[in-house]
Structures are given as structure tokens and as C-alpha cells.
Ligand binder design. Structure first.
Ligand SMILES: [Zn+2]
Ligand SMILES: [Zn+2]
Length: 276
């Protein structure tokens, strides 16, 4: 039995979560998670972050202390690692490097939640706040190219994130319309040893799909991509591990036979199969 959830949030480090770190660990165990990476938000390098919600403050020591105590307490029941979901660390690279270089982190997810000088896609009205739609999506993919080139993260988080919020407003588009640019992104990922994640949070939302969707994960593989993680992006204890098994089924159907764990920013490939 193997189930690794590599994208999760908890209080107080992620203010938008609703469970403490220990409630999170207990929720994960209850849902059959065997390997858990806690990846709380950090917006310190994102100059346009919603600081009313995510203050540019981080209790590094407190988080590490709480994590180490829980790792010891739950040893033998769940493999715990500490990572971070960093928003656009390349926007203010000096700050980004400080965050991503914290020695307590085994794993960094680099996510783009907003374009430069723009609000998080979560807050936008579609299409009013997202006119010039095509150049905006191109700019979004270009920022993932810049992020990959910066060398600051291990995997790219939830590519196609705005689709989750567009779907809530009954809107949507096919990310594969941008295939050429995505191909450019994935070639760079392969060259730089940067992976992508399959984020399962929108399976629980109006979008009802993976982020990125299957066709984009397939394109990543066609470009030679092998480094891949699966994460629930849970913000409440009952969501820990949700959709991860479906993520493995997707990977198997696309010809992946491994999923990655991370130790000291190095991927560890674990075989997945029907008999798990
Ligand atoms: Zn995110
Ligand atoms: Zn997240």
C-alpha cells in the first residue's frame, strides 16, 4: 500500500487552511496516505500577493519544530517531509532564493497564482478581468518558463490554475490551444530536471478535472518528462490524499510507471501499479 500526497496546506502557516498540522497528519493517515509532504504557502517573493490574506511573515523555526515533533510522534505510521509551495519566486529573485533555499525543505513547488501586477486568478471575474485572454495565457506559460529557468523549484504547481476559477463562473478553454508554448516549457523542464505535479484539487471543484488536464500531462511525457508528483492541495484534513489514487490511474494510462518523492530536492522514483 503506497499513497504519496505531495501538495498540502495547514494552519497557521497557510492562513487559508482549516486544520492544524497534527489534524492534517491524522487526516492523511485516516485516508490511507503513506507518504506526506507538507507544502505551505509562501508569498514573500510575489510582489502582488494578497498580503491581507498572506502576510509576508513566516515562522520558519516554529514550523520546523512542530514538524520534527510530529515526524517523531508518527514515525512508522506515515513518512513525513517538509516542503513549500512558493508563489512566483522569480518575481523578486533575491527573496525567492532565500525562501527556496531554506535547509528544512526537501521539496519546492513553484506556482504562479497571478501575473505580475495582477491579482490572484482566484479573485478575477471572467472574462471581464481577463481580457486579451490569449496573450494573458501566453504570458502565464512564459512565467512558468522563467520560473523553470530560475532553477528555484523542483516541480511546477497546478499548470492551468485559472481554469479552476473560470469553471466556477461557467467559463473555460482548452489549454492545448497553447501546445507550442507548453512544448517549449516542457523541453526546458526536461533539460533543467524540473518536474510537474498532477494537482487533484479541482476534481473536488466545478472544473472536475486534473490540473493540468490529461492532454497536457501526456504532452509533458512526449517531451521526455519523467519527474512527476501527485498532490491533493488539501486545505482541510478530510481532503488529504483525495484524488491521489485517481492521479496514479491517470499516470498509468499515459505510460508513466513511477511517481516521485523528494529528499533534499532530489527525486526518488517509486513504482506505481494496479496492485497497489
Ligand atoms: Zn497553489
Ligand atoms: Zn496549494
Amino acid at each position: 500500500m503506497f499513497l504519496a500526497d505531495y501538495h498540502t496546506h495547514c494552519l497557521p502557516y497557510s492562513p487559508d487552511a482549516s486544520c492544524t498540522m497534527e489534524e492534517a497528519v491524522q487526516g492523511a493517515i485516516k485516508n490511507g496516505v503513506t507518504h506526506l509532504c507538507l507544502t505551505n504557502h509562501n508569498e514573500n517573493a510575489n510582489q502582488d500577493a494578497p498580503y491581507d490574506q498572506f502576510p509576508p511573515f513566516y515562522d520558519w523555526e516554529g514550523m520546523e519544530r512542530e514538524f520534527l515533533a510530529l515526524r517523531e510522534k508518527y514515525q512508522g505510521r506515515i513518512d513525513l517531509r517538509l516542503g513549500c509551495e512558493v508563489s512566483s519566486p522569480h518575481y523578486v529573485p533575491e527573496e525567492g532564493r532565500i525562501v527556496c533555499g531554506q535547509p528544512m525543505f526537501d521539496f519546492i513547488i513553484g506556482s504562479i497564482h497571478n501575473l505580475r501586477s495582477a491579482r490572484d486568478f482566484y479573485y478575477l471575474n471572467y472574462p471581464e478581468d481577463f481580457d486579451n485572454f490569449r496573450p494573458a495565457v501566453e504570458k502565464y506559460i512564459d512565467e512558468y518558463i522563467n520560473l523553470t529557468a530560475s532553477g528555484m523549484c523542483d516541480v511546477l504547481g497546478h499548470i492551468g490554475y485559472m481554469q479552476k476559477y473560470m469553471a466556477r463562473q461557467g467559463k473555460g478553454f482548452d489549454l492545448m490551444f497553447f501546445e507550442d508554448r507548453l512544448r517549449e516549457l516542457f523541453r526546458l523542464c526536461v533539460e533543467r530536471g524540473v518536474g510537474i505535479e498532477v494537482n487533484t484539487s479541482a476534481l473536488r471543484d466545478a472544473l472536475s478535472d486534473f490540473m493540468p488536464p490529461a492532454a497536457v500531462v501526456k504532452l509533458y511525457r512526449e517531451c521526455g518528462g519523467e519527474i512527476i508528483t501527485v498532490g491533493s492541495d488539501a486545505h482541510q484534513a478530510q481532503d488529504y490524499g483525495q484524488g491521489v489514487r485517481e492521479g496514479y490511474e491517470l499516470l498509468l494510462s499515459l505510460g508513466f510507471s513511477y511517481v516521485c518523492l523528494f529528499k533534499n530536492h532530489k527525486p526518488e522514483f517509486v513504482r506505481i501499479g494496479k496492485d497497489m
